[in-house]
Design a protein around this ligand. Structure first.
Ligand code: NAD
Ligand code: ZN
Length: 361
């Protein structure tokens, strides 16, 4: 069975990609070869990308500031949407077809055969491939992906609106799904004005939760309120976040916190403002920080601390379907691949309300 190749898209030999040569080096846009359809392995597909979101994780990857190190040179990016222009030889029963629009997420592919995969924990597969980390990612015009791991994008959802659902949306959707909260419960979202956070506010409201959004500045306050946050707290001006949260929740504290801040400061005090049997959903991933939690009060208040790491293929499909229904909308500005260095600077300073999506056209 030979490779299937698009008859409508002319696949070039070279493309533009954004690449970092070594961890911490500046990101550069360069020419880079496109893998020929004949060289695709069984199960691989070639995508012509339309766009990609820029996640704070891409900045961690470019800086190499996580204890698990990325490959270098690295083409980052893991929130891409594109069209399948080739499928590798000997790929029977592909669940996706030539010409179909699909999304690429952080979990580029996994083995599907190990214990973790069998239990649906594809994120924790020992042989997992991570987009823009252990394999090249979506900051490219053409990308090798995997037919069994891409996420089909429904027609109702435009590519730019879909891009950030594939990491930011999927991640916070799953964190909320496992937060063991019920409609009406209070969820605190530190980082609510950022890429993950602003989608968390919307998925939480969609699920009928009451939301306390924490972030900084007027632009993010307006965004969070417009997206339905019930309470806003500016962490740069509040003198006592714990008492602000207690006051908003009738003195009892919140049922869950979904921490989407990229710094450890987003985690401090969560044990204090959660009510008994509350859940701390750890999502933001500062590279070096330790979780500074009172062991006594974790036990005394029966608190659960749950590390929530992206999501599996089913979580991705659910998160995308909710977005396609119109209930959750990514708030994004569109920029070009060549703008990526500036986007990283803005992310570092916490200046982006919502997301930046890079268009590949
Ligand atoms: P972002 O920069 O868009 O958003 C982070 C937000 O946190 C910013 O708005 C910032 O102002 C805010 N913030 C910083 N300190 C705060 C504090 N003390 N209290 C409240 N808000 C605070 O970043 P993002 O793309 O949304 O990613 C956030 C983090 O989540 C990163 O560390 C990223 O690597 C991580 N992440 C984790 C997963 C996962 O699977 N768990 C998936 C994707 C991203
Ligand atoms: Zn991400």
């Amino acid at each position: 069975m030979s490779a299937q190749v698009s008859t409508t898209v002319q696949i070039p030999k070279t493309q533009k990609v954004a690449i970092v040569a070594t961890s911490g080096a500046k990101v550069h846009v360069k020419d880079h070869p496109v893998k020929s359809p004949e060289d695709l392995a069984p199960g691989e597909c070639l995508l012509k990308l339309h766009c990609t979101g820029v996640c704070h994780t891409d900045l961690h990857a470019a800086m190499g500031d996580w204890p698990v190190k990325p490959k270098t040179p690295l083409i980052g990016g893991h929130e891409g949407v594109g069209e399948i222009v080739a499928i590798g030889k000997n790929t029977p029963n592909s669940p996706v077809k030539l010409g179909q629009r699909v999304g690429v997420k952080w979990i580029a592919d996994s083995c599907f055969d190990c214990e973790q995969c069998r239990k649906g924990h594809e994120q924790n597969c020992a042989n997992v491939k991570l987009s823009g980390y252990t394999v090249d990612g979506t900051f490219s015009q053409y990308l090798v992906s995997y037919v069994h791991s891409v996420t089909p994008i429904p027609d109702a959802l435009e590519s730019e609106a879909a891009a950030s659902i594939l990491c930011a949306g999927l991640t916070v959707y799953r964190a909320l799904k496992y937060s063991e909260t019920s409609p009406g419960d209070w969820v605190v979202i530190p980082g609510a004005g950022g890429g993950l956070g602003h989608l968390a506010v919307q998925y939480a409201k969609y699920m009928g939760r009451r939301v306390i959004a924490i972030d900084a500045g007027e632009e993010k306050r307006k965004l969070c309120k417009a997206l339905g946050a019930d309470v806003w707290i500016d962490f740069t001006t509040s003198t006592d976040t714990v008492s602000d949260i207690k006051k908003a929740t009738g003195g009892l504290g919140a049922h869950a916190a979904v921490v989407t801040a990229a710094s450890s400061s987003g985690y401090t005090q969560a044990i204090d403002y959660l009510r008994p049997n509350g859940r701390l959903m750890a999502v933001g991933m500062p590279g070096e920080a330790k979780l500074d939690a009172s062991i006594f009060f974790v036990v005394f208040k029966s608190i659960t601390i749950h590390g929530s790491y992206v999501g599996n293929r089913q979580d991705a499909i659910e998160a995308v379907e909710i977005a396609a229904s119109g209930a959750v909308k990514c708030h994004f500005q569109t920029k070009k691949l060549s703008d990526i260095a500036t986007v990283y600077e803005e992310l570092k300073k916490g200046e982006i309300a919502g997301r930046v999506v890079l268009s590949m056209d």
